[in-house]
Write a new protein. Structure first.
Length: 273
């Protein structure tokens, strides 16, 4: 399968996989991703009066923070339920259903565009960053985050549990995101440089995410697409084996109160149009 076909298949999986997961994502994984909201807005230099696009807005966390800074916010997401959730939460925000790499906005319409953990859910990252560059004015800023897998444990523990049990991956579930080819600071920066951006900066952010193991298991199985598809499609006995492996992997990270403190890491890359 060629790169274009892989991109189409990945995007089709993402559209189907995220359907119906808006509320579960908000209650679970969005708590983890919220740690990146202020850094991504800082890198995009979002402030009072900024015309900012929040692409892949999810339930609206980035948009809400940008509004609090006094920005004029437009939000967009590929999942209609996420669009509806943001519109309900933030009635003063323009919210559009849009799927990268095709956005329904004019050339240079925004002072800044931000995407918090959206580039890793796009089938064609190169086309996506070119499209974001198009909708930002000359001199405007783009800031994007993605997971940094060499140091990411908070979600990777599920992949490790699947591997430990030897669960076969369903044929229609992508093994990885196409973005993982750009999953280092150098290659992420190169992706933007190749698209014509200047003043490109890439850095890693690291923190600890503390969870209740049972609640985190539920959050991932109900509020993600790829990981949930791999585990939830197994028979009950296999799911229990994966869950047991998950708890065994978490054991070294447990605190005295039974919660788990897991390392989390992300890449934050920003650039000027």
């Amino acid at each position: 399968m060629g790169r274009e076909e892989l991109a189409v298949a990945f995007d089709a999986f993402e559209r189907a996989g995220w359907r119906g997961r808006s509320e579960a994502y908000k209650q679970g994984v969005a708590v983890l991703t919220a740690r990146l909201i202020e850094p991504v807005l800082d890198e995009a230099r979002v402030g009072a009066g900024s015309r900012v696009l929040d692409v892949g807005c999810g339930p609206g966390g980035v948009s809400a923070a940008a509004l609090a800074r006094g920005a004029e916010v437009t939000a967009a997401d590929a999942e209609p339920e996420m669009v509806a959730a943001t519109a309900r939460r933030l009635p003063g925000v323009r919210v559009e259903h849009a799927i990268l790499p095709v956005l329904p906005f004019g050339d240079g319409e925004f002072d800044a565009a931000v995407g918090n953990l959206v580039i890793n859910h796009v089938g064609d990252p190169r086309a996506a960053v070119r499209e974001l560059r198009r909708v930002v004015r000359p001199g405007g800023r783009v800031a994007l985050t993605s997971w940094y897998y060499p140091k990411m444990r908070a979600t990777v523990v599920f992949d490790e549990a699947v591997a430990a049990v030897g669960v076969p991956r369903p044929a229609d579930v992508p093994e990885k995101s196409p973005f993982q080819a750009y999953g280092t600071p150098e290659s992420f920066a190169g992706l933007l440089q190749d698209a014509g951006y200047t003043e490109v900066r890439a850095r890693t952010l690291e923190w600890e995410h503390t969870v209740d193991p049972e609640e985190w298991w539920t959050a991932i199985l109900t509020g993600t697409a790829r990981t949930a598809a791999v585990i939830a499609r197994q028979n009950p006995a296999t799911i229990e084996r994966v869950k047991a492996a998950y708890h065994a992997i978490l054991a070294p990270h447990l605190t005295e109160d039974g919660r788990a403190t897991l390392p989390a890491a992300a890449l934050l890359t920003s650039a000027t149009r």
